[in-house]
Design a protein around this ligand. Structure first.
Ligand code: ASP
Length: 349
């Protein structure tokens, strides 16, 4: 079945209400069978990141280091409001970052959560993996550790992100003392970028030409989250996981859904049971659907009212991605960096 035919089939099945249980397990929609090229998969904001990751693996870099080198360009980009510098802050206006890495050959991982003032949390996560006997450092301890390793502190809140936060803060409630210009009878809000999407992150899974595996996820988390909130991105087994005998699994989107379904580990487990990367991701989306029961998270058709996306590569260099609703992902192999459609369980939100 061709790529397009199968995607159409998936959406039709979903539209007729058969989606969650009746989809047959068929082969991957995105199969890269050539093994001479390393492969990197990422969220849609990672086209440049996957290009860099593949280039580094071609030069002999270990996949986990190539993954971190790739996501660094997104962490450093002040225009990406979901990661690193310029990431949207929490409800108090403070940018806090989460990241984790996992290295297939050694079976080790490292992570930081609720890290302030350091724009490259994925690199700090690498240090946790290589220079401690721990896996996860959080908050003030993570910052102390980063300082000890020479990471420079800087203000991560850009002017654009501050304005977006102020807009959100002023419009949040009519019963507090913060007033938006409109509430105070003023016009001229044209300089406010109205904020629509509170999600965003980069996950990157990497497999080199010898089938060695590494992966990374880095984020500023959900915009305007409650102070102290940590999502799936720094949690190994949730927003990121890899097993050198099998492949990588990662996630972006509603982190709470990924934590509750153990998305990353579940994807890898599904591939270990024989599923293709795309089918493993689809099975994980279905698991989220099954586990989403409370009314506030469902739309009027009974479907989850949020987006969650899963990405996978396997040891053979096959890759795939799937989500609740349509979207894109980034991939790079011998054919170069590009965006592709992911497999969607439902046609539209
Ligand atoms: N998964 C991230 C989190 O929940 C956010 C995102 O990917 O949009 O922190």
């Amino acid at each position: 079945m061709s790529d397009l035919t199968r995607r159409k089939f998936l959406r039709t099945a979903a539209a007729t209400g058969a989606a969650a249980t009746a989809l047959p397990a068929c082969s991957s929609v995105n199969v890269a069978t050539r093994r001479q090229s390393p492969v990197a998969i990422a969220s849609a904001n990672g086209v440049e990141a996957v290009r860099i990751a593949v280039e580094r693996m071609q030069a002999g870099m270990r996949p986990v280091d190539a993954a971190v080198a790739g996501v660094e360009v997104v962490e450093n980009d002040p225009k990406d409001s979901s990661v690193g510098l310029g990431g949207l802050p929490n409800e108090d206006g403070i940018v806090t970052l989460d990241a984790c890495v996992m290295d297939g050959p050694s079976g080790l991982g490292g992570a930081v959560a609720h890290l302030e003032n350091i724009k490259n949390p994925a690199q700090v996560a690498l240090k946790v993996m290589r220079r401690t006997d721990h896996v996860l450092l959080v908050g003030a301890g993570a910052l102390e550790f980063a300082r000890a390793h020479g990471f420079k502190e800087e203000d991560l809140l850009t002017e654009e992100s501050r304005r977006a936060w102020l807009r959100w803060r002023e419009k949040r409630s009519s019963i507090d003392d913060w007033l938006s210009p409109e509430e105070n009878g003023e016009h001229g809000t044209e300089w406010f970028e109205e904020f629509k999407d509170k999600t965003g992150t980069i996950h990157l899974g990497a497999v080199d030409a010898n089938g060695q595996i590494g992966s990374c996820t880095t984020t500023s988390g959900l915009a305007f989250k409650i102070a102290g909130r940590v999502g799936d991105s720094p949690l190994l087994g949730c927003g990121n996981y890899c097993d050198n005998d099998v492949g990588t699994g990662g996630s972006t989107g509603r982190g709470e859904a990924c934590i509750l379904s153990n998305g990353g580990a579940f994807i890898v487990q599904q591939m270990a049971l024989g599923k293709s990367p795309t089918d493993a991701c689809l099975e994980t989306v279905r698991r989220v659907v099954r586990m989403t029961k409370v009314k506030r998270l469902l739309d009027d058709k009974g479907r989850p009212n949020f987006q969650v996306k899963f990405y996978a590569t396997n040891k053979q260099g096959q890759y795939g991605a799937a989500a609740m609703y349509p979207g894109k992902f980034a991939v790079c192999d011998a054919d170069g960096p590009r965006r592709e459609d992911l497999a969607a369980l439902y046609e539209q939100r």
